[in-house]
Design a binder for this molecule. Sequence first.
Ligand code: 5GP
Ligand code: ZN
Length: 114
Amino acid sequence: SAVKSDPNCIFCKIIAGQIPSMKLYDSDKTYAFLDIGPIAPRHALVIPKYHGAKLHDIPDEHLAEILPVARKIALAAGAEDYNILQNNGRIAHQVVDHVHFHFIPKPSEKEGLG
Ligand code: 5GP
Ligand code: ZN
């Protein structure tokens, strides 16, 4: 199915290039970029271009690339240890109502940030 967009959504505006972002990956269905408020160096977000607030709003075919892209980003970042996190709803700490997967590297002790 075609991509769905919401003109009032901040992440749809990022996908459309109306708000600048540090792009890491871009395909027909998937976009990835650096988080503006990183909780670790190289904290990134991987999102379906299809707009939906919660995971259950996104058709399967629009989720298919998400984990492969997160893995590419982890490999490119050289991240050995990392978390993938996805929040649904306010009580679960979701702030932006466009599905997004956080990629959060855990810096190693030798980098002095662990
Ligand atoms: P949530 O709490 O909804 O799972 O996380 C939303 C994330 O989006 C936060 O980590 C926040 O820093 C990030 N974010 C919010 N607005 C922007 C933006 O305009 N640009 C970028 N790159 N990240 C954003
Ligand atoms: Zn959106």
